[in-house]
Design a protein around this ligand. Sequence first.
Ligand SMILES: O=C(O)CCC(=O)C(=O)O
Length: 286
Amino acid sequence: MTTTAPAVRRPGTAMTADQRAQFERDGYLVVPGVLDADEVAHYAEAIDRAYQRHAPQGGPMHVLGAVHSCPELVPLIDHPTVFGLVWSILGWNVHVYHSHLDVHPTVPADQPFRYQWHQDGGRQNRELETHPRPRLSVKLAYWLTDVSMPGRGNLKVVPGSHTTDWIAGPPTRSMPWPDPEDAIHITANAGDVVFFDRRLWHARSDNHSPITRKAAFFAYTYRWVRAREELKRELPGLSPVQQQLLGTLGATDGDHAWGHAPHGVPLYTLLRETGNLDPVFPPLKP
Ligand SMILES: O=C(O)CCC(=O)C(=O)O
């Protein structure tokens, strides 16, 4: 398997009506079997190498800038099996504005408490005045190890909480506090993907299993929202859409990001050529 992406990639298929209804209701979808066993092994090994570089002493790793830290992950940013979910919700004027690599080995049961529940977006959750706050961003979580039962560092979510602006929490993150009443552990196999709305209340749980948990997360937003992390160097072999997603198009000034010239935006062109624009959905209007 190559580590650089092919020059031309398919955009994948649009979200189905059922997926959209479920996503709007629950704030997330679990997509099984996105990566096959060879792909899981390939990406997990790439993350292992990044782990050796970033955490040679062992312990947990949470590194921002997934592709910058691990260029072998580039094909995951527009994987045709799940990329359609992203553009079906946000449209074509998007980029990856935040991403992370996570490796979590087992931790002892008596780990000091840390309250982890949050919505993504930082100050977006304070500075936007509407209720519910706008979605703005969606995220793909690729599981590279088996989290098919609770206790393996599963992602916890409160289904349907993406339209709730506030949940009760402790005054300090170290003060023990119960999970929200409706919280669930998402279970998934290696190779599955969770697609979620940034506003969904979510938290990582501790891994008490002998399996080191490995995952990669990619968050997408409109190009007029500034990226949290910059890609600091050019990567070889990126397709035009991947260059757009990673902000290395060479035309990423503010005006271009406003989308006044759709024909200069590779995902617009790809969706137009593949018949995926949609005259009744403003973010995908031809
Ligand atoms: O690692 C996890 O399961 C949680 C990730 C998370 O909190 C996030 O993506 O914002």
